[in-house]
Design a protein around this ligand. Structure first.
Ligand code: OGA
Ligand code: MN
Length: 295
């Protein structure tokens, strides 16, 4: 297995290995896991992907999420990102599926609005448009390491609130349905996720974040906006141009990502599996002290 760095200080391609090798071989898994901890985004090319292979691979990294209400694939381990309607045709540009893809085009990390946040997401390209539709990544670990020491220390001891309805409201006021709002109450997380494998911290923020605990609403949202801009500064991203057979996995603790637009008449179909963060991944260190005491 070769690890070939691809991006500006993070992101690497793993060559000479298949998803099934990693799923079935302990040494291959250990090498892939080490690359994941180090590079945060891993690219696999020319894979033979089926839902079964993707899920078997994903399970190696931890427990798979069950897809939430309101998403395509609800109740299964797959999130289906598609602009193809039930009739097999690409849906019109004002369709809910298109608006949901637009929400994915805001910088975010997956599942920070859930009771259990995500370690990693694994995304496979099934149908790709001829133009656009890339996925762009930044390292919030490298961003954290670019901050000055007082700010790093401040963030290590600060907590932010994340809400699915907040990120969706940036696209359309009612994009999050009443069922989604009821199922996904706001969550509060430490603003720095320290990776237990290497001790390196990363800014933990997303389009879902709307407030900082203990700060006035306006000041908290200004701090979030400034950190988001800092973490996504021009020149710091890796843009993945999808090819058939590509699979990309990323560390939701140490990156943000966003989808890029594509011509709305072109079909795009992606399938995601998402792995919950466990104690070994540092999830308990992310909860505010009061909630640790209460639980
Ligand atoms: C995701 C996501 C962006 C894209 O799958 O979590 O944000 O480019 N995808 O489809
Ligand atoms: Mn996402």
């Amino acid at each position: 297995m070769d690890v070939v760095p691809m991006g500006p200080g993070f992101a690497a391609e793993l060559r000479g290995v298949t998803l099934s090798d990693i799923a079935r071989d302990d040494a291959a898994y250990a090498a892939a896991r080490a690359a994941f901890e180090e590079h945060s985004v891993l690219v696999f090319r020319d894979q033979q992907v089926t839902d079964e292979i993707q899920l078997e691979f994903s399970r190696r990294f931890g427990p798979p999420e069950v897809t939430k209400v309101g998403s395509q694939g609800t109740g299964s381990h797959f999130v289906i990102l598609s602009t193809i309607g039930p009739d097999g045709k690409v849906v019109p540009p004002d369709h809910r599926l298109v608006l949901r893809n637009r929400a994915n085009q805001l910088w975010h990390t997956d599942s920070s609005f859930k009771r259990v946040p995500a370690l990693t997401s694994i995304l496979s390209a099934r149908i790709i448009p001829a133009h656009g539709g890339e996925t762009e990544y930044v390292s919030t670990r490298l961003a954290f390491e670019r901050l000055d020491a007082p700010m790093r220390e401040r963030l290590e001891n600060s907590f932010a609130w994340h809400d699915y309805a907040h990120s969706r409201s940036q696209i359309a006021p009612d994009l999050a349905s009443p069922e989604e709002r009821a199922a996904l109450p706001p969550q509060c997380w430490r603003m720095v996720w320290k990776n237990p494998a290497n001790g390196r911290g990363a800014i933990y923020l997303a389009s879902h974040a709307y407030a900082v605990e203990g700060m006035e609403p306006a000041a908290g949202s200004k701090l979030i906006d400034e950190l988001m801009a800092f973490a996504t500064a021009p020149g710091t991203s890796y843009v993945h141009q999808w090819r058939k057979g590509d699979v990309v996995m990323w560390d939701n603790r140490a990156t943000m990502h966003r989808g890029r637009p594509w011509p709305s008449h072109e079909a795009r179909l992606m399938v995601r599996t998402t792995i919950s963060a466990t104690v070994a991944d540092g999830v308990e260190t992310m909860r505010p002290p009061s909630s640790q005491a209460a639980e």
